[in-house]
Design a protein around this ligand. Sequence first.
Ligand code: NAD
Length: 472
Amino acid sequence: MSVQDMIDGPILGTASTFPVFDPATGLVIADVSDGTAVDASAAVDAAAAAFPGWAATAPRERAEILRRAYELMVVDRDRLTDLICSENGKPRADARAEVDYAAEFFRWFGEEAVRTEGGYGINPAGTAHTVVTHRPVGVAALVTPWNFPAAMATRKIGPALAAGCTVVLKPAAETPLTALAIAELLSEAGVPDGVVNVVPTTDPGAVVGTWLADSRVRKISFTGSTGVGRLLLRQAADRVVNASMELGGNAPFVVAADADIDAAVAGAMIAKFRGSGQACTAANRFYVHSSVADEFVARFGAPIRALRVGPASDPATEIGPLVSARAAAGVRALVDDAVLDGATIAYQADIPAGECYVAPMLLTDVRPTARILGEEIFGPVAPVVVWDDEDTLLRWINESEFGLAAYVYSGRLQDAMRIGAAIDAGMVGINRGVVSDPAAPFGGTKQSGLGREGAREGLREFQETQYFSIDT
Ligand code: NAD
């Protein structure tokens, strides 16, 4: 299969291509046009030309197109699931859940497109009426990671289109096929040519750098690692480009003395192992109260040991390969380092042969200062630390430079809320292992990012405020 980029509708014949691999087999599944700086500029030409028309399109019409895109994604669920499985490697159930979650952003933002609020007031001196409006920020550059190839794209495209922006999107080179398929569905749903332009590339610096240097691009919305986010913020500073950043996480998972251990284990399995541990919201460090530590470790360890690891093509698979051999080697290195530092591999699952597989495992005896607790693991490894007093627990948690998600399990809501409120993070799951929801503002504090996606806040990221001061 050979796939072109989507600039101003599909175009044919870009000179060079790059291969996309199935991480389970290492086999090439498609060749995709390799976008250059020239393609990046052509995409902005198309988006800038389409912007006035799309911004002037009635909100109801934009809403209905997004709604149709939602419906088309639902109808096409199986094909999109297959694409995610083959280019990302995640198990079928995870890929299927991602498609449903991703489609929901089109439905949610279709509903929000007709609800942009403004404001009215009289100034304190009584000399002017103040009318506040919100308008689309302009051409938006969107950059997405490989770990949720559908949802990270729709979480940006949905609000951008609802707000009246046109977009240029650069998906991760590991997973461009899902983004291209979504762009085709948007076109089928009635999105005019030039409104959504996708430029896959193996040279992200050239493509995104071109966009950030182009005065027609007014917005960068990035999801990925903190390191790349920092780099893009520096580039955005040159032209003071409006920036939203969804960056890395290092979620703590707290189990209090009075937690329901069955519920905590069920939540931990989801929070840790969704997407084979490759989620920015993944529980990265488990803090378990000493009075329940042995029980939690035993009850959490048993289902970890039983996890079925294999390719997405096997319906029994619960944990897939990591996205690349490099990613897998990085996770193994973190585990080796923890073990050298005194940690014990208390439980682990069996894995098939293949350099992208990492055994799901539970580590005990982990020192609170171990490197594995300070870095985003991005793999199926659960390090457990035992805590006794809340002040020390909160100090350990808040020492992290990240502040994306956190999870707290406690039998007393007041305790869970107190601990959650003391954690410096954008999202806290209380007695649940999932925080992602299209209707809730997703995002982090500290070096986990700037701005929010989803909910009404997500729409505002693609709008500018304008106010009119009207003489009385
Ligand atoms: P990454 O930062 O390596 O890549 C993300 C995107 O940036 C990709 O499209 C990549 O091609 C592009 N990129 C890389 N170098 C670039 C450069 N020099 N200039 C412009 N673009 C560049 O991250 P990743 O490995 O693809 O994804 C994993 C990371 O994403 C993790 O840190 C994870 O926590 C984070 N993430 C965050 C969220 C969130 O919402 N906060 C969601 C998913 C993933």
